[in-house]
Write a protein that binds this ligand. Structure first.
Ligand code: PMP
Ligand code: GLN
Length: 379
């Protein structure tokens, strides 16, 4: 019998796959995996039709399609006041997941430590482990804010990278300017550390502005910023995003990228290049704010306790008034018995601590949110 020693012995199938499958099996309303269920903007679909009829069916240049890169650089300039050189500081990727994986492979050496804030998005730690690095998990506070003293205490001479997700999935927290300044102070004190800023929900924030690393003079020279068109244009299945980093980091990332995917889907790049100039990304926050407010109001009378949601399209709720089950078992029960699929939060904690919290995705049409809320209010 052949055997294989696992490189990721503690990893199973992601919770998103597990819960979406269960939702389908039990015909539950799927508020688990984060993806929109409403139509994509007509202009984007039209742009796709146009490029399908044109000649965009062969390999694109390795770092990305030139006109798309120019448009992305322009968006970064208008939103963040940052002037990037698309040729040397930008890379179009097959979604944020590949962007993160590739960036980590490029900068983390065997034995390096990477600080990750839990609950953390599930692709960070395995990517670190696959290149022989060690994820150092620091727990966020109960409200998903960051204890920067804990982050500081986790740093050693081996720390290579700090990864922060802002706005935060699953917590819905958004870092304040004071947070960013605390991070800058830590990075100033430890010049050997690079920063990976996962900002896939950068255009979805509600009550306060979002401080992108793109807009911080002290960060841009040591930071890899991750963005995703999937989140911004409701096309998660297209798997397309991008990375911004200073040239000394980007040149190493490109070395990995060329042997990882080489280049990214040609038609999606060409369609986005046509569409981007027509878009106003500042409208996305108000679009999702209506959904957040609708969902929160609809379940305000239920037994779920709603935590703050300042950004992303996820709402976290405490269910301890309803059940003593673990969050994983409660999520299964909610799917099978009550017909609403959700994500348990403990799976994003390396120490698996369970605060009896679940995550709802509100990137859904209003009808879906209303139907889900009716079910949730009966519990
Ligand atoms: N980072 C975070 C925080 C995410 O929530 C997601 C996916 N929802 C990703 C990265 C991956 O994005 P993509 O689908 O573009 O790979
Ligand atoms: N990021 C999405 C979420 O948080 C899921 C993406 C995936 O399934 N890999 O729900």
């Amino acid at each position: 019998m052949h055997t294989l020693t696992s490189k990721l012995p503690h990893v199973g199938t992601t919770i998103f796959t597990v819960m979406s499958k269960m939702a389908a099996e039990y015909n539950a309303i799927n508020l688990s995996q984060g993806f929109p269920n409403f139509p994509v903007n007509k202009e984007l679909i039209n742009a796709y039709h146009e490029v399908i009829d044109e000649s965009f069916h062969q390999y694109m240049p390795m770092p990305g399609y030139g006109p798309l890169m120019v448009e992305v650089a322009e968006k970064i300039r208008t939103h963040y006041g940052r002037h990037i050189h698309p040729d040397s500081e930008l890379l179009i990727t097959a979604g944020a997941t590949q962007a993160i994986f590739t960036a980590i492979q490029a900068v983390v050496h065997a034995g390096d430590e990477v600080v990750v804030l839990d609950p953390s998005y599930d692709c960070y730690a395995p990517a670190v482990e696959l290149c022989g690095g060690r994820p150092v998990h620091v727990n966020l506070n109960a409200d998903f804010s960051v204890d920067w003293n804990k982050v500081n205490d986790a740093i050693t001479a081996k720390t290579r990278l700090i990864i922060v997700n802002n706005p935060h999935n699953p917590g819905g927290a958004v870092l304040s300017l004071t947070d960013i300044e605390a991070l800058e102070a830590i990075l100033d004190k430890h010049p050997h550390i690079l920063f990976l800023s996962d900002e896939v929900y950068e255009y979805i924030h509600f009550d306060a502005p979002h401080s992108s690393a793109n807009s911080r003079e002290k960060l841009v020279n040591k930071t890899i910023v991750v963005s995703s068109f999937g989140k911004t244009f409701h096309v998660t299945g297209w798997k397309i995003g991008y990375l911004v980093a200073p040239e000394f980091i980007m040149s190493e990332i490109k070395k990995v990228h060329q042997f990882n995917v080489f280049c990214v889907n040609s038609t999606a790049q060409a369609a986005l290049a046509k569409y981007l100039p027509q878009t106003d990304l500042s409208e996305l926050s108000s679009f999702y704010k209506q959904k957040r407010d609708l969902f929160r109001n609809l379940i305000a009378g239920s037994k779920f306790e709603l935590l703050d949601c300042k950004g992303s399209y996820f709402q976290v709720a405490r269910y301890s008034e309803i059940s003593d089950l673990s969050d994983v078992d409660f999520s299964i029960e909610l799917t099978k018995k009550y017909g609403v699929a959700v994500i348990p939060i403990s799976v994003f904690n390396r120490d698996k601590h369970d605060d009896k919290l679940i995550r709802f995705c509100f990137a859904k049409d209003n009808d879906t949110l209303i139907k889900a809320a009716e079910k949730l209010c009966k519990i």
